[in-house]
Design a protein around this ligand. Structure first.
Ligand code: HSE
Length: 416
């Protein structure tokens, strides 16, 4: 019998209990022994639950229990999750977590501690919820050089963009609908500002390239500036707008990594990843493109990934799995985000009809290729530019202003 404890009984924690109880026998077969939840940490009371006798408010009770060999951390947030995880690993207990903030901020330190103590620190559920992605990158694709990872990593923003694209909704209405349907938090800032997606692409890049990337070293843009007009121009170009987390190893040995909305061609394998679904494209030099698709959040999909990690821990109780490891961050490893050239869509506004605006924009950008969206209004024009760095685009803003044009928005164009 393997005794475990679960820290947190929120959406994921209650899902973990549900999966463990409903699949008890098949899980025992796979783990080669029965898994028993001995304690659940939560400050709230759950008198209606059949297993209410397992609850404790005292973490120390779990830490000091020598029978508990595996601890599931599903509290979320950095603290006290980090202190508890560290204490467990120091005390000889393996830890399984779904907490992307914890892994993105403290992954290198916790992985090193687990390795030193011959324990496991596993986090399949931290990226993509129920989609297997951590193990595929670290094991199944291990023979490849991963040249690029690009993912739709946030379900909330993908739902909002899908409503803007399919139903012509404006951002605020689509967000409101997402909140009504329970797809967005009451405070959705971490999602719509790209912070959640940033944590996830940092975890994937750390894993794929073996060096920790901290979220604050990554340029992050969300979807709050995306308008119906941008969506219309993306359609005229032949694609859709998606919030993408992208990581690419450059020839200079530095990592290009950012989170931003991008134009995605309708031909792309990520173009039809809609609603609250996630999709992650991993480009390997031997495999070519491999795409992972599924539910990136939610109680049972996330719990399923957590419980699979618990089974893995039970099967490797006294040995570090050695499948997950990365070094701590290196100085100058992340390429400044604004120097890498990329195709870009630009929308300008100003006085006059669209033809005249575009003619004036071409004075500044001779290589501009015009896009005409359905329902285009006077006072706006849209065009694409080949291979231009953000830095250069910024430098051209005063020239646009001299032409009576305002750079209303720019959106990168993806190459996958
Ligand atoms: N809010 C997140 C999302 C949950 O929408 O994807 C999973 O990290």
């Amino acid at each position: 019998m393997a005794e475990i404890a679960v820290l947190g009984h929120g959406v994921v924690g209650s899902g973990v209990l549900e999966v463990l109880l409903t699949h008890k026998d098949s899980i025992a077969k796979r783990a080669k022994e029965e898994i028993h939840v001995k304690r659940i940490l939560d400050l709230r009371e759950f008198p209606q639950l059949p297993y209410n006798g397992l609850f404790t408010k005292d973490f120390q009770e779990i830490l000091d229990d020598p029978e508990i060999k595996i601890v599931v951390e599903v509290m979320g947030g950095l603290e006290p999750a980090f202190s508890y995880t560290k204490a467990c690993l120091e005390k000889g207990k393996s830890v399984v977590t779904s907490n992307k903030e914890l892994v993105a901020q403290k992954g290198a330190e916790l992985l090193a501690l687990a390795q030193k103590n011959n324990l496991n620190f596993l986090f399949e559920a931290s990226v993509g919820g129920g989609i297997p992605i951590i193990r595929p990158i670290s094991q199944c694709l291990a023979a490849n050089e991963v040249t690029e990872i690009a993912g739709i990593l946030n379900g909330t923003t993908n739902f909002i963009l899908t409503k803007m694209i399919r139903e012509g909704m404006v951002f605020a209405d689509a967000l409101h609908l997402a909140q009504q349907l329970g797809y967005a938090e009451r405070d959705p800032s971490a999602d719509v500002e790209g912070v959640d997606a940033c944590r996830k692409i940092c975890i994937l890049a750390s894993l794929a390239y073996g060096t920790h990337v901290y979220p604050d070293s990554v340029h992050t843009e969300g979807i709050t500036a995306i308008t119906k007009e941008d969506v219309g121009y993306a359609s005229a170009w032949g694609g859709v707008i998606k919030l993408i987390g992208e990581a690419k190893m450059l020839e200079n040995g530095r990592l290009h990594i950012l989170v931003s909305p991008m134009f995605i061609s309708r031909e792309s394998q990520l173009a039809n990843v809609d609603d609250v679904f996630n999709g992650i494209l991993v480009r390997g030099d031997a495999t070519g493109d491999v795409v992972f698709y599924g539910k990136g959040a939610g109680k049972l999909p996330t719990a399923s990934a957590v419980v699979a990690d618990v089974i893995d821990c039970v099967r490797h109780l006294r040995s570090n799995r050695k499948i997950l490891y990365w070094e701590d961050a290196k100085p100058d490893y992340v390429e400044p985000w604004d120097v890498t050239p990329q195709d870009v869509f630009v929308r300008v506004t100003g006085e006059g009809d669209s033809d005249s605006l575009f003619d004036r924009a071409q004075q500044v950008f001779p290589k501009a290729v015009r896009l005409i969206r359905r329902d285009e209004e006077p006072g706006e024009a849209g065009f694409t530019l080949p291979q231009i760095a953000e830095e250069e685009l910024r430098e051209k803003e005063p020239d646009l202003e001299k032409q009576g044009l305002r750079l209303a928005n720019r959106v990168r164009i993806a190459d996958f």
